[in-house]
Design a protein around this ligand. Sequence first.
Ligand SMILES: NC(=O)c1ccc[n+]([C@@H]2O[C@H](COP(=O)([O-])OP(=O)(O)OC[C@H]3O[C@@H](n4cnc5c(N)ncnc54)[C@H](O)[C@@H]3O)[C@@H](O)[C@H]2O)c1
Length: 350
Amino acid sequence: MTEDNKIGYAVLGLGVGKSHVESALGCEKCRLVAVCDIKAEKVKSVTDQHPEVTGYTDFEDLIRDERVDIISVCLPSAMHADYAIRAMEAGKHVLIEKPMDITCEAIDRIERARIKTGKKVGGIYQNRNNAVMKPLKEAVDSGKLGKIFLGTFAVKWLREPSYFEGEHSWHGTWAMDGGGSLINQAVHTLDIMQWIMGKPVTVSSVMSVNNHSIESEDLTASVFTFENGATATFLSTTCCYPGLSTDIQVYGTDGSVEIDGDKLKLWKIKGEDERDEEDMLDRYGRGNRIAAAYQPGMKYGHITQVEDMIDAVIEDRDPQIMPKEAKKAVKLIESVYLSARTGETVKIDW
Ligand SMILES: NC(=O)c1ccc[n+]([C@@H]2O[C@H](COP(=O)([O-])OP(=O)(O)OC[C@H]3O[C@@H](n4cnc5c(N)ncnc54)[C@H](O)[C@@H]3O)[C@@H](O)[C@H]2O)c1
């Protein structure tokens, strides 16, 4: 707690961690009290602008700071569990970037530490809070789309060679990133696939490296089958010039929904007239680059999850994404890579 009785917030790792910094600075219920990065210049770039924030280059100093209640863990992915567990053991709550770690085993360690220390653990999957996801989720869960039989998901992004070089050379490595386009870029969409479509039971995959000097993959293609009988295709790549969108398309016996990035592209439900469809496209599609930004009172991106984490601590409740939930996409990633390596269809061992 801070002297004025606000939640003390800290950010560890100042790459995407800068979004957590901005979110904490913008939240009235907390004070950003500290940032930490082994690179002193990154720490200075925050403390120069915000002299009230303490800068650390040593994690041990950060966890000794008694004002700090919550730490956003924004380190390279394979470091998440070790640092989050040490933070919890030092009495801090943690909000952990995606993927929560690169293996289910590591996420299980986080879960055990959560139970042992009684601290709160949240995971980041901010795209679940894109405005357009709410009507899609409701249409599926309420049965409005009928029986879901097909989903097609495609993450068609581009990453330049520089993304995998220098201080970012951990990207695309099995040891630190846990893989390539699937675990780093497409994990959000894979999480959304299982969140919307239900429990996958088998997967058949291939993977390849096409246009990068990396050891893992820059393309995966998978076919999933689901407990409810549905089928989904899932593509991830970082090779699509000049960087294309993310397609999320869900088809049920009573309707079809197609999303392009975070914009609604098609909304067709049996029994709804054209005006309903037009209304949905006006609200969630067309020129709305980020539909949430156009919805009064709604927020987009990391801020939703940083605020949720702070509220979870204040209200003593679970954060939006618990380790068990964060683990599901990582389970699917392990299964895709296993199938691609062995050439076999993998039964997903939940
Ligand atoms: N949610 C999203 O949209 C999103 C976007 C990008 C990255 N991420 C995730 O965030 C995490 C970080 O990715 P990034 O792109 O910011 O990486 P990055 O390499 O840009 O940043 C990581 C930072 O951690 C620092 N660091 C490394 N070891 C440290 C240590 N021991 N103590 C303190 N600081 C240390 C590095 O100096 C670097 O500044 C990854 O897990 C990634 O998957 C999430």
